[in-house]
Ligand binder design. Sequence first.
Ligand SMILES: Nc1ncnc2c1ncn2[C@@H]1O[C@H](COP(=O)(O)OP(=O)(O)OP(=O)(O)O)[C@@H](O)[C@H]1O
Ligand SMILES: [Mg+2]
Length: 251
Amino acid sequence: MPEPRKPTKASPKVIAVGNLKGGTGKSTVAVNLACALAVSGHRTLLIDTDPQKSATLWGKGGRLPAAVADFPVRDLNAAGEWLSELDLLKGRYARIVIDLPAVVSPALASGFLVADMIIVPTSISDLDVQATRRTLLHVANARRERRNAAPIVLVLPTQLRRRGWFGDGGIKAQLGPLGEPLLPPIRYDPAFGAAYKAGRWIGDAARGGKGHRDIMELFKATEAMLRDRIGFFAQPRPQPAAGTALVRPVG
Ligand SMILES: Nc1ncnc2c1ncn2[C@@H]1O[C@H](COP(=O)(O)OP(=O)(O)OP(=O)(O)O)[C@@H](O)[C@H]1O
Ligand SMILES: [Mg+2]
């Protein structure tokens, strides 16, 4: 596993990437954000909870700077074990990014329950926006359950094809009514598909391209938000129990 360039003293943060609509770019965002975090010096683990295993397949050649673990939540009964394991992993990684499946599932519920930040990628198409609205209902449930430890929830516009929609009314008009803050968008860039084929992150496969630039903007925005909430995260959290992590990252 590649070592981070510089050690980090920051407390661990869990970032879940989910949407009930398939193909909105969850895995693309989760993989590349995890790699941007790893390259910036955070010891980062990307957890794939999706039976489709997109993130695992992306990392199987061992060419991603982030560690990748195929770690699904088998069923509702296994959720407790999964959450305990995650607590252990938080002792070893500064950032854990969770790629969630596009279905209402124990993985989705567990991810929303444990995340410090939930990123909901969506295009601005009506179909995606409707699914995003449904996703946010599940997020609202998690918020209610968590009360004092509510996550930061952010909508991420993805796969944008028209340049002019940057910062103009298009994104805001479609996604603003969802009522959650918007992240800087990820444009459509075929280099993401090529990066998947090459088993590399966008910063290796197409360094300096628009996809890479957008991922770096996303990375900066999410890190700034996690930093700003540092007081919030300083609340006591349950300590991971002593033990050995079961999950063995690949790559
Ligand atoms: N910003 C983008 N530009 C171009 N293509 C993209 C972009 N984001 C994702 N894609 C492509 O869209 C397809 C779906 O992306 P991805 O697998 O990341 O979505 P997903 O939400 O994880 O899907 P699923 O719901 O099946 O898990 C892939 O072919 C991917 O390469
Ligand atoms: Mg996926």
